[in-house]
Design a protein around this ligand. Sequence first.
Ligand code: ATP
Ligand code: CA
Ligand code: CA
Length: 159
Amino acid sequence: MTRVAIALGSNLGDRLGNLRAAVAALEEVGVAVVRRSFAWETPPVPADQPPFLNAAVLGETSLPPAPLLAALKGIEHALGRRPGRRWGPRPIDLDILFYGDLHLETPDLTIPHPRIAERAFVLAPLSEILEGPLPVLGTSALHLLERTGLQGARRLCAL
Ligand code: ATP
Ligand code: CA
Ligand code: CA
């Protein structure tokens, strides 16, 4: 089993319901969720769309990275996500943040997720579930968050 961290985001439809449905679906595809952050409301980037709810979970899985990504895409599709513009509005977005201490760069999958360190909407929930140094990056989410600032993210409610 490998410890994985997954980021969740939603800014269409029942945002909290979408996040909760995605966590339930993770269990279905073989990710045992062991920790979950609160839901955070965050300003959208780019700004011309509704605000997001973001969260992060820690899980244990025996799925290898590529099948895990395929499973996440299957959950996104099941929750109504269809191809749209890059960084556009979506009912659900599921990203692999970390996969054990794996460092992977392929055309379809980069681990750790390459934009963690600059995104308060990832770091704030991540700091609630991973306290120590982050895999590969070697520094804590809280430390990185001190550099970015909260960027308007606010802690909303339990997932
Ligand atoms: P961002 O990656 O900046 O958060 P996004 O989540 O909006 O953007 P998507 O359109 O959801 O981007 O995904 C584009 C592609 O990114 C996916 O089809 C997938 O192949 C690839 N990808 C690369 N690394 C990862 C990762 N760690 N987690 C999820 N998808 C990834
Ligand atoms: Ca994303
Ligand atoms: Ca994504």
